[in-house]
Write a protein that binds this ligand. Structure first.
Ligand code: 9WN
Length: 454
């Protein structure tokens, strides 16, 4: 049973979808798809979920393989690692590679392939739901859902058990990489307050700046802090309780991560219904997370949701696009959604009446905004994909169309880049980026989007 609402794509777009499929094919390594050929040569957790969302429309088996490959490396405690390394990739290609993470001494971690020791936002149940909805063989999709269900359940249980010590309904992340938005201004204050001396940073050498100009990537100072945190975890053998008790300096309840968990718990409830399992525990958990996000993370002064720093015991002021993502999980009521929309629909992000591209990752008037620097302004396709799905639920049709057309225009003009300059549309970071391609496929398949001729 396919519920795909295949739209009649305008000619330019049909070829463009073909190009997007080519990117995924080129980035595929056996059972998984790399985010990008050179910059990211392994399997990344949330990338694979976004990639499966595209595959669901035309290569259901590939979507299933992608997710099953990731969950094959799930830790025994339920953690789904941010990176699954591949034994075939030449050592030293990416930093930090498997030897740096040292997970071989951790009982819960798999021996081969090795993995990193943090995790990324839990959008996997949402991707599985996409396969159930849009895959062309529903019976097969149900068998796949039944196979992956216990693994998804263990993943969500890990997060609620290990990352929510006060049992509040909100989980924490302990590294900027855990948010998926590595270089976001959200982390500025926390990282600035983290004072470390050079001898506290183990020797390392960056690889990312061999490929991408440093101006677009995090600073060396930030990288030292990323590495310091990583070392803090590996010294404690990734034991969550020890990490907390020993005063982990980065403990954040992140809006994006928790919104995606809430959405994923709702999707897990739907998956449970489809395969005859109990759905109530997941619905209850999602309701609890939604309530706490509304009570604790909503900022009445700034009309958006903000992260909460557990060490400083306060919200972190950074007006980033992810502050609107609770709409993706339908967490805010209509009134809050309207207030967020009124802010989004200003020059700070992109105003419907201006001829702009929607939507930058950070308020244009925010301190340190940059149109080309990683997570500090550029347009990311995954964030806008989630935002457009969320806005649609609240009836902001025109803006949803603006976002979807921006995605089509940006990728048609500039290729399937990792991120885009919101002023010029120029592509940045890696080219041939997998989730940019897969989400274009999803949008162009499900909705009518315009071509470049405007
Ligand atoms: C670290 C792979 C990943 C994405 C993240 C993005 C970037 C890695 C890096 O690339 O992060 O995880 O080396 O900068 O920020 O969202 O999953 O595409």
């Amino acid at each position: 049973m396919s519920q795909s609402t295949e739209s009649q794509s305008p000619p330019g777009l049909t070829d463009h979808i073909k190009e997007a499929k080519k990117v995924l094919e080129q980035n595929r390594v056996g059972s998984f798809t790399k985010p990008a050929a050179n910059l990211y040569p392994y399997q990344w957790s949330w990338d694979s979920a976004f990639i499966a969302i595209g595959y669901a429309h035309y290569a259901q088996h590939q979507a299933e393989k992608e997710l099953l490959h990731l969950f094959r490396s799930q830790w025994q405690n339920g953690l789904v690692p941010q990176i699954v390394f591949a034994n075939e990739v030449k050592k030293g290609t990416y930093f930090p590679g498997p030897d740096f993470w040292q997970t071989e001494d951790v009982e819960a971690a798999p021996d081969s392939p090795r993995t990193s020791g943090i995790c990324q936002p839990p959008i996997h149940a949402t991707a599985v739901m996409h396969v159930l909805k849009y895959g062309d063989d529903y019976e097969r999709a149900k068998r796949f859902a039944a196979e992956i269900f216990p693994k998804l359940k263990a993943w969500h249980e890990f997060l609620h058990r290990e990352r929510d010590p006060e049992n509040e309904g909100l989980v924490y992340i302990r590294h900027p990489w855990g948010s998926g938005q590595d270089n976001s201004p959200i982390w500025d204050a926390v990282l600035q307050n983290l004072e470390i001396s050079p001898e506290q940073v183990p020797p390392y050498s960056r690889k990312d700046t061999d490929l991408i100009h440093i101006d677009e990537r995090p600073s060396d100072d930030d990288y030292d802090k990323y590495v310091y945190l990583l070392d803090f975890f590996r010294q404690r053998k990734y034991d969550e309780e020890r990490i907390r008790k020993d005063g982990c300096p980065f403990l954040i309840q992140d809006v994006l991560f928790n919104s995606l968990l809430c959405k994923a718990d709702r999707d897990l409830a739907e998956i449970a219904n489809a395969i005859g399992e109990k759905s109530k525990p997941f619905t209850e958990q999602a309701d609890r997370t939604a309530r706490t996000i509304n009570d604790k993370l909503w900022d009445d002064e700034h009309d958006m949701y903000l992260d909460f720093d557990l060490n400083e015991k306060q919200r972190v002021r950074a007006d980033v696009l992810s502050g609107f993502i609770p709409m993706f999980a339908e967490i805010p009521g209509q009134d809050r959604a309207n207030r967020m929309f009124n802010y989004l629909n200003t020059h700070c992000f992109c105003r419907l009446d201006d001829d702009c591209l929607a939507a930058p990752s950070y308020d244009r008037s925010g301190p340190g905004y940059s149109a080309s620097k990683y997570w500090r302004g550029p347009i990311w396709i995954n964030m806008n994909w989630m935002l457009s799905e969320g806005l649609q639920a609240y009836g902001n049709k025109e803006y949803v169309t603006l976002i979807r057309n921006s995605i089509a225009k940006l990728t048609l003009k500039n290729g399937f880049c990792e991120y885009f300059n919101p002023e010029s549309g120029e592509g940045h970071g890696s080219d041939c980026f997998s989730w940019t391609s897969s989400l274009l496929i999803d949008i162009a398949t499900r909705y009518d989007v315009e071509t470049l001729e405007d």
